[in-house]
Design a protein around this ligand. Structure first.
Ligand code: FES
Length: 104
């Protein structure tokens, strides 16, 4: 599945693997902006993204655990905020668009 990341206003589209997270896909493709300090275990909030409005129903919204971490994120959370390590790629999400939060 393809994922488009918007980093500092610039769109970059990469091909990810089903089952990989949106976070790991960015890291593996050398994209800037996602720090992912905890390595994907939902405990750091440095993989904060804003899911494109058109996709938020398909990715689902942040869980309670994510929301608590997002409260402490460097960039203010929005209703479409997610931790990108908690979004798993699937064919259903082919074409997903996320904006990487400017401060991690
Ligand atoms: Fe730490 Fe996602 S990488 S919460």
């Amino acid at each position: 599945p393809r994922v488009t990341y918007i980093v500092d206003g610039v769109k970059q589209t990469v091909e990810g693997a089903t089952g990989d997270s949106v976070m790991i896909t960015a890291v593996q493709n050398g994209l800037d902006g996602i720090v992912a300090e905890c390595g994907g275990s939902c405990s750091c909030a440095t993989c904060h993204v804003y899911v494109d409005e058109a996709w938020i129903e398909r990715t689902g919204r942040a869980t309670e655990e994510e929301s608590e971490l997002l409260e402490g994120a460097m960039s203010s959370p929005r209703p479409t905020s997610r931790l990108s390590c908690q979004i798993e790629l699937s064919d259903e999400l082919d074409g997903l668009v996320v904006e990487v939060a400017p401060e991690q």
